[in-house]
Design a protein around this ligand. Sequence first.
Ligand code: URA
Length: 487
Amino acid sequence: MTAPVSVTLENVASYSEWRTAARRLLAAGVAPERVGFRLASTSADLFGSGPADVAAGTSNKGQVIRVPKEFPALARDVLCHNDDSRFALLYRLLWRVKDVPQLLDNRADVDVYAARRLAKSVRRDSHKMKAFVRFRRVESDAGEAFVAWFEPEHHIVERTAPFFSRRFSGMRWSIVTPARSAHWDGHALTYGDGANRRDCPDGDALENYWRVYYSSIFNPARLKLNAMRSEMPVKYWRNLPESRLIPELSRSAQRAQRAAPAGAAPCLVTAQKLVAEQPGMVTQTMAEPKTLPDLTTSLQQCARCELCETATAAVPGEGAADARLMLVGEQPGDEEDLVGRPFVGPAGKVLLEALQEAGIERESVYLTNAVKHFKFKPRGKRRIHQRPNATEIETCRWWLDFERDIVAPRVTLALGATAARATLGHPVKVMDVRGQAFTSDTGDVVLVTVHPSYLLRLPDRAAAHEQRLQFIDDLRRAEALATSVPA
Ligand code: URA
């Protein structure tokens, strides 16, 4: 009998609920074509009409279902998408993957491609939420709290809120969206229904902070409204206090430019004057770059941490702006710091030779570092390399994230522990994860290998030779993956 089967789900994005239903369907041998998924909150049946509920009379006892390691993570992301077909798509994939375990590696497969596309869109939405949520301070009977309004595209509140509880663990906050809200009381995360934008506070000291912060970094010469709109959808602008400064800053900039002598360099005077008029505000500057040349220019003004005080200059990445493969190192070394280019010293020589042996042209990849300033301790006339610490890595991710957004590589190869931490967002042991493929928030696949300087430090020649061959293999693998992953 091939009667249609209807599955009603209570939650829009719950992996465990979907998995329970999918296991029952599999155990009952229900083919994907017969299944319709429906959300309890909507009246629409995503399949058709009149079917029986699968939960009745079926059991998954004793059934062992093996899926590739990657499947649960992919499914979790896909389920957060707002596309109604996501439940059926995942069940179709599950049905097929049990017979063809390598299916997920076939990125040209229609279902695999569709699932990866949905997952990527969810990760990007989550990334945007992390970047564009702005809290406003409110006073309540319980004391100070912070509230932010955000309008995500997908069902990402539960997926993304833990990021904020880690980052703002010491304050009480709520993030409110039209569909869901997340609340942190300093100890536990809870979730509730969504709300209306009108319910969120507007205009306060924190908002002022953001505005002043933005005006301090504002460089009128770089104001490209169209580019800004394409990078940051206007719907997010409404929630960014700093965006309200743009018209006034831009008018002042035009006035200043008309008054300036021909050929005068663009400057930040107007913005800094605005900042000076706001007492007690930070003036640290960071322009949000939209292109690599913008990024290179803005980077030279970076004072986000103390490394800028001793290094000669920040070293930007270099290479193809549309590279499919990005290589991320640790930080510029002594020579890189003086020359202003990445990987021109001894470790760079090892890397370039390995690239050549792997058959990869240097010009085809994008080479950069997790930390942009050289960290060292002076010893006599020498400058001794120091590893960047967790705060420095995290602070400098501001730049690396922009590089990854602009270049949009398909694969990022992290060279060593610092680069792995910066690209994955958490620490890992390089030798434990070498060879694994991670999917990142920015949409690329991340692979991890050793840093080329590790090869220089190995005392044993045979071991060094062995490691070097493995390193070349890692480069080849990254290149092959970058060529096979669809854009
Ligand atoms: N080591 C790195 O990680 N990056 C460089 O640019 C040079 C050495």
